[in-house]
Design a protein around this ligand. Structure first.
Ligand code: NAP
Ligand code: ZN
Length: 346
């Protein structure tokens, strides 16, 4: 089926309207009429070629919410009319140790990303900035009632990418958690860590968004542009989640961890980061990374967000505003996620 979409024609070129082909619905597939697609900073890194060459033209978008309009003969977990979501991956081998462990994102055979990858049928995947998408039912999540569908879209990447490390490293009552960068991921990290019961601190470049940060659930808010911050908060945190899309001075942030504390990097800048090992040795600290989350964990996150009435703070845009939204994300001028109303795609 031919559907309307927005694609990057080449690296770093503005996105433009296009028509793409979606495969026929196979026995295990679900056809989704997309309602909303979030704009993740990863879309921008990818389109700009920050992470290496891409198969252009490329339709980004891995924060997808929509309605099921057709299911394959073998599909039992979703029905026509259901509100569903799709995140950053649309397939994985299902058989390796990691897949069997619910870590499909770390599939040993390579998970299939929602766009710019090669699906198991050999076609190049194209993402959610489109009116329809066909996805293997095993990678389609149920969006619970009670979350506004536009506010639910960013949960499929920003939500799970922050929920997963917060859970793994034990964010909860009695734990001091810092979130570096108050953008799309950062604002979800604040909401989720607060709902888990942790004491939450935002570390942002300036105090410009302080009022928002406290409203979102932070207990404290500090500017990293102020060198005093790093002295005052030294040795304080059990867990730091770094969501920054650019390079940061890791040693400065590691110095904010308590003994046995962990700094988890979810931000994925193009350039390598370096650190002085004494920043770790000096207080038995860990430096870790984390990529999205598994499918079962993503469903758990959606249910958690519904239970705690958590959605993203979104600015709904039409398709012709996508390029402007990209510029604003790059300028850290987003409060806190742009979401495309896909009815405007054509
Ligand atoms: P975003 O909305 O642009 O937020 C990033 C925030 O980082 C900005 O709002 C800003 O916060 C801060 N920042 C930006 N440039 C900075 C700089 N030069 N120095 C210091 N702080 C800076 O982006 P996002 O969508 O949340 O994504 C964040 C990063 O996570 C991206 O690299 C993205 O690719 C990556 N990501 C990773 C995963 C994963 O699975 N690991 C998943 C999704 C996204 P303040 O204004 O508050 O300082
Ligand atoms: Zn993303």
């Amino acid at each position: 089926m031919r559907v309307h979409a927005y694609a990057a024609p080449a690296a770093a070129e503005p996105l433009a309207p296009t028509i793409i082909e979606r495969r026929d619905v196979g026995p295990n597939d679900v056809l989704i009429e997309v309602e909303y697609a979030g704009i993740c900073h990863s879309d921008i890194h990818t389109v700009n070629g920050d992470w290496g060459p891409q198969p252009y033209p490329l339709v980004p978008g891995h924060e997808i919410v929509g309605i099921v309009t057709e299911v394959g003969a073998a599909v039992t977990r979703h029905q026509v009319g259901d509100r569903v979501g799709v995140g950053c991956m649309v397939n994985a081998c299902g058989e390796c140790a990691n897949c069997r462990n619910g870590d499909e994102q770390y599939c040993l055979d390579g998970m299939v990303p929602t766009y710019g990858g090669v699906d198991r049928d050999g076609t190049v995947t194209q993402g959610g900035y489109s009116t329809h998408v066909v996805v293997d039912a095993g990678f389609v999540l149920s969006v619970p009632e009670g979350i506004d569908p536009a506010a639910a879209a960013p949960l499929l990447c920003a939500g799970i990418t922050t929920y997963s490390p917060l859970r793994r490293w034990g964010a909860g009552p009695g734990k001091k958690v810092a979130v570096v960068g108050l953008g799309g991921l950062g604002h979800m990290a604040v909401k989720i860590a607060h709902a888990m019961g942790a004491e939450v601190t935002v570390l942002s470049q300036s105090l410009k968004k302080q009022e928002d940060g406290l409203r979102l659930g932070a207990d404290h808010y500090h500017a990293t542009g102020d060198p005093d911050t790093f002295e005052r908060l030294a040795g304080r945190f059990d867990l730091i989640v770094n969501t920054v899309s650019a390079r940061i001075d890791l040693d400065a942030y590691l110095g904010l961890l308590a003994v046995d504390g962990t700094l988890v990097n979810v931000g994925a800048p193009a350039e390598p980061l370096s650190l002085n090992v004494f920043s770790l040795i000096g207080a038995r600290r860990s430096y870790a990374g984390s990529m999205i989350g598994g499918i079962a964990e993503t469903q758990e996150m959606l249910n958690f967000c519904a239970e705690h009435r958590i959605g993203a703070d979104v600015e709904l845009i039409s398709a012709d505003q996508i390029n402007e939204a990209y510029r604003r994300v790059l300028a850290s001028d987003v409060r806190y996620r742009f979401v495309i109303d896909t009815a405007t795609l054509g």
